[in-house]
Design a protein around this ligand. Structure first.
Ligand SMILES: *[C@@H]1O[C@H](CO)[C@@H](O)[C@H](O)[C@H]1NC(C)=O
Ligand SMILES: *[C@@H]1O[C@H](CO)[C@@H](O)[C@H](O)[C@H]1NC(C)=O
Ligand SMILES: *[C@@H]1O[C@H](CO)[C@@H](O)[C@H](O)[C@H]1NC(C)=O
Ligand SMILES: *[C@@H]1O[C@H](CO)[C@@H](O)[C@H](O)[C@H]1NC(C)=O
Ligand SMILES: *[C@@H]1O[C@H](CO)[C@@H](O)[C@H](O)[C@H]1NC(C)=O
Ligand SMILES: *[C@@H]1O[C@H](CO)[C@@H](O)[C@H](O)[C@H]1NC(C)=O
Ligand SMILES: *[C@@H]1O[C@H](CO)[C@@H](O)[C@H](O)[C@H]1NC(C)=O
Ligand SMILES: [Zn+2]
Length: 914
């Protein structure tokens, strides 16, 4: 590794050293990276796509004939341990290439007679011994078959050895390989990351093994169930540092927690916060799992180049810089929360995922869904004042409801034989696995109660430590605890209840009729006319645990609601259930009048809002009923209900901000947001402080941003005052980090070329990546057409905007109502140039198409879109092919929605804004 620096701390963690690993360093190949959600409160660098991860359509049928044509390893050999030596060269060779060399000896046992050795190897140049790519020897005097033939299979990424005779069952052998590979900047396998430090270029050799890249670092049995002991040796210059998963054999530290990063980041104290929270989070999990931390040390490192958000390598977790580093002066509260939740997520995997590993990638949802749920528990322990557990609603439940309500969704669980090749494996890392997994596990924990859930979990982890499982193993251990818990009654076994949630896609809307007492469930589909052509063995019915409340009093949980009287009822109160709720109109009226008179009584206000807006989109209830849930907002001071409302109103803004409806909508929202703006003015002593509450800080950002765009008096002057002060005296900035994104954007929107050019200078001079990214986004907020067009031109000049940032910059411009048509013209005019110049991989075309077409809602725009498709068929659309089809479909749906709703929405906003 290049020179990296660290801060460390000794913590009193339980220590569990295994005999087999006491002298060894371990690399856990079975475990890997995380496509962590971009939860940045600041605008993410790139629009995240809500891919549901649909299976790739079958291509030309390929019939495997030979054992090496299968993507899965044969079951004849199992690895026991490896000796791996790697020697990365941190200087380019004579050809200008960075390379690494290495050798490996793997001890494996034969468990089924075979005359074939099949082991993964990808993009490695193997040294030959007597004409073969490997050497085979025996262990303990066993007779060793000679190698007849050896060859590499590129498609399935194998090294194959055909032997002259068979390996004996029960006998262990050693396979030796010597190899050379490129230490490329491709972010996969053993790869290279670069940065500058004091003007000097530094090189880091690092790794990303999940899901199928360990085979690119050294030949290995690269499947999650092929656990083994790894003895790792790294050859490196003594002026550099080498880290691996386990303890350095030469050193005698005990439990130690360290955070590693670039020297400047450590000197600027950007690692302190991560160091502060790691110990408490590990302690939380030791208690929650009732199992001590399984390793002798915990290292976490921030890498300048990293593809995912973070990767839970056992004992050596790797992160993107924004997911681990927190600058006490420059970073916002949102940046800090991201650091806490990502660390909490990765550390949860040290047990769940690493110590106990799912057998195969088809069960990935359990691994990722679990970590995505308990990350809130760990983060809550580290930061108890943040009330972070409530946020799962916004960041997981509502997010996945949106994709799981489509007819094209898919079940959480896949059959093992449905997931084989690397592309199918990487498709498993999607919103459904992470967020629906989190939502249904949270529901399970809630209906079992947390002590029962944790007890079953602990029994599962202790039983299967250092081995592999399938998801039903967890259900079995939970069931045992249920059976040993007096007074616990479930309508069926854990296994049968959960099958309904994991084996069929979607979720129900539960309709409660308080007049008749009837309660019914129905598969919730956002488009009521969509056709579900995926049959379900459960006919789209679920075991629904309903937590409910009657006239303010929480009632016993019902699996089937009993008859209720005429009082108001409220169901899914903590939104612990993964379902939506609808009521009869009388109960809706009672709930709405409560919202207007005594809204605190309704504890799940964010859910009421999100449910009504989605029920209206699905035409189950009237649009105005959804809009009525926003009337009480003038009294609302809490973040989560406001955020839920703003996300739902965003669709109305997009559909109508170029129509006469917008005037009335703006007048209404101005009226609703004004009291919140005034409230923050008071509690921040006339904007001189930020609120102390964690979510109040987010709500302040919403209040200021919304007040300025809706024209609340005083907002513009406030923002412009701050920005002018900053222009006069750039160092230090007078603007609080939390408010920077909002203030920059609004000030540039209100301003002209001077404000814009100042932001450009600050952008070019920024040393902190997150500051540069805020400015890059804010410059897209100007309303001046020539500035927007000039900025669009800058995106094609890599000396002005780095290639990796080009698409997201065009997306930011398209988000602006003035910029949208300019971006659309720009992309149409230059499509073939952009496509050829940037290629389909580095340029995120699907996000680009999505961003530009979000507002499309007229017949004319639909025709333009279709014409664009036809005109460019010869060029192609690469990764945007599907996005273009979806854009055409969504535009069609928008046209329909606007036609059906425009008049009544205009009428409603007009009446309510006076
Ligand atoms: C790796 O180290 C362990 C512990 O020292 C040892 O038992 C094992 O044999 C080693 N593996 C190999 C391939 O030598
Ligand atoms: C692995 O390395 C250890 C320590 O150097 C050595 O004792 C052992 O023989 C090696 N195992 C193999 C299979 O090469
Ligand atoms: C591996 O071998 C091929 C074929 O000889 C060669 O083109 C390639 O450059 C080699 N790779 C490296 C990293 O040297
Ligand atoms: C880390 O903890 C120390 C001691 O509690 C505290 O003084 C410091 O402010 C914390 N650092 C950060 C960045 O939170
Ligand atoms: C924790 O584990 C210990 C043994 O490992 C066991 O005796 C104890 O009952 C467990 N506690 C809980 C709450 O499961
Ligand atoms: C599902 O519906 C079909 C036809 O309506 C019926 O034959 C079948 O028994 C139902 N299955 C379940 C599990 O309810
Ligand atoms: C650029 O940033 C440095 C510190 O990071 C500062 O000293 C310098 O004045 C800045 N230049 C401009 C033009 O703001
Ligand atoms: Zn994860």
């Amino acid at each position: 590794m290049g020179k990296v620096y660290y801060v460390s701390k000794n913590v009193g963690l339980g220590l569990l050293v295994l005999a087999a690993t006491a002298l060894a360093t371990i690399i856990a190949l079975s475990i890997a990276y995380d496509k962590e959600r971009a939860k940045n409160r600041d605008k993410p660098e790139d629009g995240t796509s809500d891919s549901t991860g649909m299976p790739t359509p079958p291509t030309t049928p390929f019939i495997p004939k030979e054992p090496w044509d299968h993507y899965r390893l044969p079951e004849s050999l199992v690895p026991v341990s490896y000796n791996v030596t790697l020697w990365p060269r941190l200087e380019p060779n004579a050809d200008g290439l960075y390379i690494f060399t290495g050798h490996s000896a793997v001890v494996f046992r034969c468990v089924k007679e075979t005359d074939l050795i099949i082991i993964h190897s990808n993009k490695l140049n193997l040294t030959t011994f007597n004409g073969h790519h490997a050497k085979l020897s025996g262990l303990g005097g066993a007779a060793v078959p000679t190698i007849q033939k050896s060859f590499l299979i590129v498609k399935t990424e194998y090294l194959v050895l055909q032997l002259r005779s068979r390996l004996a069952v029960g006998t262990s052998y050693v396979l030796h390989t010597e190899f050379l590979g490129e230490l490329a900047d491709d972010l996969e396998g053993f790869y290279r990351s670069e940065y500058t430090d004091d003007g000097m270029k530094r090189v880091v050799a690092t790794s990303q093994m999940q899901a199928t890249y360990a085979r690119k670092a050294f030949p290995c049995f690269d499947e999650p169930a092929m656990k083994a002991v790894f003895n790792i040796t790294i050859i490196h210059n003594s002026a550099t540092v080498a880290l691996s998963n386990g303890r350095d054999i030469g050193s005698f530290q005990n439990s130690v927690v360290r955070i590693w990063a670039r020297r400047k980041a450590i000197n600027d104290r950007q690692g302190d916060y991560a160091l502060n929270v790691t110990g408490p989070i590990l302690q939380f999990y030791e208690r929650y799992y009732n199992a001590s931390y399984p390793l002798s040390k915990s290292d976490q490192i921030a890498l300048p180049d990293f593809n995912a958000g973070a990767m839970e390598n056992w004992g050596l977790v790797t992160y993107r810089e924004t997911a681990l580093l927190y600058d006490p002066i420059m970073s916002s509260t949102g940046n800090k929360e991201r650091v806490t939740t990502v660390i909490s997520h990765e550390l949860a995997h040290m047990w769940f995922g690493n110590l106990v590993t799912l057998q195969w990638w088809n069960d990935l949802w359990l691994n990722e869904g679990f970590a995505s749920y308990v990350e809130y528990l760990g983060a809550d322990y580290a930061e108890p004042t943040w009330k972070i557990k409530d946020q799962i609603l916004l960041y997981d439940v509502h997010k996945v409801f949106a994709v799981d309500a489509l007819a094209s969704s898919h079940p959480l669980s896949r059959r093992e034989d449905e997931v084989n090749d690397p592309a199918q494996i990487s498709e498993m890392f999607n919103t459904i696995s992470y967020s629906k997994g989190a939502a249904v596990l949270r529901m399970l924990s809630e209906f079992l109660t947390e002590p029962v859930f944790a007890k079953g979990l602990s029994s599962y982890l202790n039983t299967f430590a250092f081995s592999n499982t399938v998801y039903t193993d967890l259900w079995d251990h939970l069931q045992q605890v249920v059976e040993n818990t007096p007074g616990m009654h479930l309508p069926d076994t854990v296994h049968n209840i959960m099958n309904h949630w994991t084996l069929q896609m979607g979720f129900p809307v539960v309709t409660i009729d308080t007049r008749t007492g009837s309660i019914t469930q129905k598969h919730f589909l956002l488009d009521p006319e969509s056709v579900v052509d995926r049959p379900s063995q459960f006919n789209y019915t679920w075991f629904v645990p309903v937590k409910w409340m009657k006239t303010g009093v929480e009632q016993q949980q019902y699996w089937l609601l009993q008859k209720t009287g005429i009082d108001w009822v409220l169901a899914n109160i903590n939104v612990s259930g993964y379902f939506r709720v609808n009521y009869d109109l009388d109960n809706w009226d009672r709930l709405l009048s409560l919202l207007n008179t005594d809204h605190q009584v309704i504890i799940n206000r964010a859910q009421i809002i999100d449910d009504t807006f989605n029920l209206a989109r699905a035409k189950i209830i009237h649009t105005t009923l959804a809009l009525r849930t926003t009337k009480y907002l003038s009294n609302e001071r809490e973040y989560i209900p406001w955020e839920s409302a703003l996300r739902n109103l965003d669709y109305y803004i997009l559909m109508f901000d170029r129509t006469e409806v917008y005037g009335a909508l703006q007048a209404y929202l101005k009226k609703q947001i004004q009291p919140l703006f005034e409230y923050f003015k008071i509690i921040t002593a006339d904007w001189t402080r930020v609120p102390t509450g964690h979510t109040d800080q987010y709500n302040q950002i919403n209040a200021v941003g919304m007040a300025c765009s809706m024209g609340v008096e005083g907002c513009r002057e406030l923002i412009q005052g701050w920005y002018r002060q900053w222009m006069k005296n750039p160092h230090p900035s007078p603007i609080h980090p939390n408010l920077k994104s909002t203030v920059y954007c609004a000030a540039i929107a209100f301003g002209g070329v001077e404000e814009w050019d100042f932001a450009w200078r600050m952008f070019k001079n920024a040393t902190l990546a997150s500051e540069a990214s805020r400015l890059r986004s804010a410059m897209a907020c100007t309303k001046v057409p020539w500035l927007l067009n000039r900025y669009l031109d800058y995106t094609l000049d890599p000396t002005k905007i780095r290639k990796q940032d080009a698409t997201s910059t065009i997306q930011y411009i398209a988000r602006n109502v003035v910029g949208m048509p300019l971006a659309w013209n720009f992309v149409r005019a230059k499509w073939s140039y952009i496509f050829q110049q940037y290629g389909k991989a580095s340029f995120s075309f699907s996000n680009l198409i999505h961003a530009i077409t979000r507002r499309f809602s007229s017949e004319f725009e639909l025709q333009e879109l279709k014409k664009f498709k036809e005109d460019n068929l010869h060029v192609g659309f690469g990764s945007a092919t599907l996005a273009l089809e979806q854009a055409i479909e969504k535009t069609t749906a928008n046209i329909k929605w606007v036609t059906e709703n425009k008049a009544q929405v205009l009428k409603w906003f007009t009446e309510e804004s006076t």
